[in-house]
Write a protein that binds this ligand. Structure first.
Ligand code: NAD
Length: 469
């Protein structure tokens, strides 16, 4: 395992200057060069699966199956697709214009914005770090990636691999914590992508504002799941929701945060949750190698504190292992407004069930809180589906399962309001780093007989005839 080495401010400045020079020199612009870098990124992952899995086991004791399916697999797939589609994305576009403007060659040029800063979190450190890097490469932008210091295992593997596969004059890892990120944020970037929590997002947004740097913010929040017991199969709903809390031990921005259900259906849903917990063998989660640990002592103690303070009744789980920083997926019933579990995003394997008196109350509850990253609902009621489409706001809207929308490469992934702004996935990421540069080329040669007479109306002195609309 490579050591986790924090970069100095001199190294940060040197990397920044190198990347700026590379961009100015035009190195990153040829499409063939970009495709080569994308292929190198694919190779980097495919040839180093073992060390990446090892990095994850240091940080999260993450099951290798989850590393392959949720991290390496999607990045490889999206890098390959980006390379395949790059010619189409990057080609100039000719907009529709009025007949007499055709000779002006109006064109939309796709131009790289410049040098990009990507600041990523620890919870999906390969996917969330490399998806923006794929976008930057595709768009022809050099990039600095600052992975999370809270997951030093994967961050140090990335620092070791980047210079072996990617052009170091264009793609660099900077490792460090708050001081190093603060230094990075003082520099003038052409775009910043930050994935993480809303508090730090505000620090990043303030720093970006100093230079008027455009920003993509991928944030989190409390993603609700509505269980409409009248029309849904509770067994399937319970199993799918519980799975959403076991995956990466609930440390995923799109995990269902809390469940809203009619009070009269709560008993039946709790029974279904208990059955699902047996089926998923969650009583063995503390020792299971199909289950992740909590990332750090700080996050583990935060979750333990939520458990201690909650006034909800535990219906499954509740056990913990301090040495391994493990928490069995734990479900609470009869959780009320004001409970510790309903304060902030849980980001761990705890699921509060919040009973409501009717489904309108569920919609009102959601609308009274910040717009979530995803809104989940298990329902076959067409009217309820339409009401959720029309009357609520969220980054994504997902019926009858959880997290699964992430597996569709062509859907834009984004938050809204406090869950963030800007979109990612394939061309959506490419677009974040691409400037649409408008261009016209009005022919001088034909001006005398064509354009100049027609344009004469714009010159003063104005007359009523020349100012008609
Ligand atoms: P984190 O603590 O690793 O922070 C993310 C990044 O911010 C790191 O690189 C870190 O170094 C940097 N950072 C931390 N403090 C900073 C400061 N004071 N100044 C500048 N930079 C600083 O990760 P996290 O925030 O705990 O991640 C979890 C959050 O991210 C959750 O809210 C989750 O919902 C959200 N998230 C969102 C997405 C998404 O795509 N929308 C994906 C994953 C996680």
């Amino acid at each position: 395992m490579p050591d986790f080495k924090i970069n100095t401010t001199d190294e940060i400045d040197a990397a920044y200057n190198t990347l700026q020079a590379t961009f100015r020199a035009g190195t990153t612009r040829p499409l063939a060069w970009r495709k080569h870098q994308l292929n190198q990124l694919v190779l980097m992952l495919r040839e180093n699966i073992e060390s990446i899995v090892q990095g994850f086991s240091v940080d999260l004791r993450k099951p290798p199956a989850e590393v392959l399916t949720g991290e390496i697999g999607p990045v490889v797939r999206r890098a390959i697709q980006s390379a395949a589609q790059l010619d189409a994305w990057a080609s100039d576009e000719s907009p529709q214009v009025r007949e007499w403007q055709r000779t002006w060659s109006p064109t939309i040029l796709k131009r790289p914005k410049g040098v990009v800063l990507v600041i990523s979190p620890w919870n999906y450190p390969i996917f969330l770090s490399l998806q923006p890097v794929i976008g930057a490469i595709s768009a022809g932008c050099p990039a600095v990636l600052k992975p999370s210091e809270i997951g030093p295992g994967v961050s140090s593997v990335l620092a070791d691999l980047f210079p072996k596969y990617l052009d170091p004059s264009a793609y660099r890892i900077i490792n460090g914590g708050v001081p190093e990120t603060t230094h990075l944020l003082k520099l003038k970037w052409d775009h910043i992508t930050y994935t993480g929590n809303g508090t730090v997002a505000r620090i990043v947004a303030r720093a970006a504002a100093e230079h008027l740097t455009p920003l993509t913010l991928e944030l989190g929040g409390k993603s609700p799941v509505i269980i409409d017991a009248n029309t849904t199969d509770l067994k399937i709903a319970a199993k799918r929701v519980l799975w959403g809390k076991t995956l990466n031990a609930g440390q995923i921005c799109v995990a269902p945060d809390y469940a809203l259900i009619l009070r009269s259906a709560q008993d039946a849903f709790v029974e279904a949750i208990k059955e699902a917990a047996v089926e998923l063998r969650l009583d063995g989660a503390l020792a299971s190698d199909s289950y992740s640990s909590i990332i750090s002592d700080g996050h583990y103690m935060r979750l333990r504190s939520l458990m201690t303070k909650s006034l909800g009744n535990v219906v499954v789980g509740g056990s913990t292992d301090d040495a391994k920083r493990r928490i069995t997926p734990t479900v609470y019933r009869d959780v009320k407004e004001g409970d510790s579990l309903l304060e902030g995003e849980i980001f761990g394997p705890l699921l509060p069930i919040v009973p409501v008196d009717d489904i309108r109350q569920a919609i009102e509850y959601i609308n009274a809180h910040p717009h979530p990253l995803v809104l989940y609902a298990f329902t076959e009621d067409a009217e309820l589906k339409q009401a959720l489409r029309d009357e609520t706001k969220s980054g994504g809207l997902h019926f009858n399962d959880v997290v699964q929308h992430m597996s569709i490469d062509t859907l834009p992934f984004s938050g809204v309001g406090e869950s963030g702004y800007g979109s990612q996935a394939l061309k959506y990421t490419y677009d974040e780093y691409t400037q649409l540069r408008s261009s016209v080329d009005i022919p001088l040669a034909s001006s005398v007989d064509r354009d100049e007479p027609r344009l004469s109306a714009r010159y003063p002195p104005y007359t009523p005839a020349t100012t008609q609309v």
